[in-house]
Design a protein around this ligand. Structure first.
Ligand code: SF4
Length: 239
């Protein structure tokens, strides 16, 4: 097994390649990686013959060889970089080995926040709705030949919006953030849909951390993109 320091170096390179800042120097990131490294659910600790072909491909193609949490199917370094993510065991109804990592300077938005507005700039692609801590983007991926979906959201905070970073839980998602003015920002997500089978689903989590100039606070918005591919056979029967 690789040393944590080697892994962090490799992670840093991979994430620079993805153009997404990852908090590799943050104590919470290092602590999580130290827990995931020896974990029995870490794909790096599982004999290759016990991993499915789909998981091996996912690790090779989408995660660039980085380890996967076999409890939740996420890329471990990406997942560990998200402040509000929780150990994958939670998705199996088991006690998580690590929890969210918010400090006293950060706060997750709830629905009570009246200063935050999100506009769906790609309404044909999906439905954007509020959820606890941010927004949910629900998208139906067309069957058979759809390989990519692009979603664009405009986020506005009337107390100012200065982007600090944006990271996503999925290595096959290209995320871009562009400032529109000092109160709003355009977020673009290009997501490969190749790995969603008919009747299958894919959940992607993104965190946007930003500063509110007027209030001098740092805030975090959660965006959950839920992609679903219809069962084409069943749909044909219905028509
Ligand atoms: S996220 Fe949790 S279950 Fe997954 S590898 Fe890390 S410690 Fe193990």
């Amino acid at each position: 097994m690789k040393k944590i320091s080697d892994r962090l170096k490799q992670v840093s390179q991979i994430f620079r390649a993805y153009s997404q800042p990852v908090p590799v120097d943050q104590p919470y990131f290092k602590e999580r990686i130290a827990i995931c490294d020896p974990c029995e659910w870490n794909s790096a600790n599982i004999a290759p013959e016990k991993l499915s072909v789909a998981d091996k491909n996912k690790i090779k193609v989408f995660f660039k060889g980085e380890p996967m949490c076999t409890a939740c199917g996420c890329c471990i370094p990406l997942k560990a970089g998200l402040r509000d993510s929780v150990c994958g065991l939670k998705s199996k109804g088991k006690k998580p080995k690590w929890d969210t990592a918010f400090d006293k300077h950060s706060k997750v938005y709830g629905l009570a926040n009246k200063s935050l507005i999100a506009n769906n700039l790609t309404p044909d692609e999906g439905v954007l709705s509020p959820m606890d801590g941010g927004f949910k983007y629900k998208v139906n991926v067309l069957p058979v030949d759809s390989k990519m979906v692009e979603l664009v959201i405009k986020i506005t905070d009337i107390h100012g919006f200065s982007l600090i970073n944006q990271i996503t839980s999925c290595g096959c998602t290209a995320a871009k953030a562009e400032a529109i003015d000092d109160k709003s920002c355009k977020l673009t997500y290009q997501i490969s849909t190749l790995k969603i089978l008919e009747g299958g689903k894919l959940d992607i989590f993104a965190n946007i951390t930003y500063g509110r100039r007027l209030r001098k606070t740092q805030e975090v918005i959660k965006i959950n993109i839920e992609l679903e591919r219809e069962d084409y056979g069943q749909r044909s029967e219905e028509l």
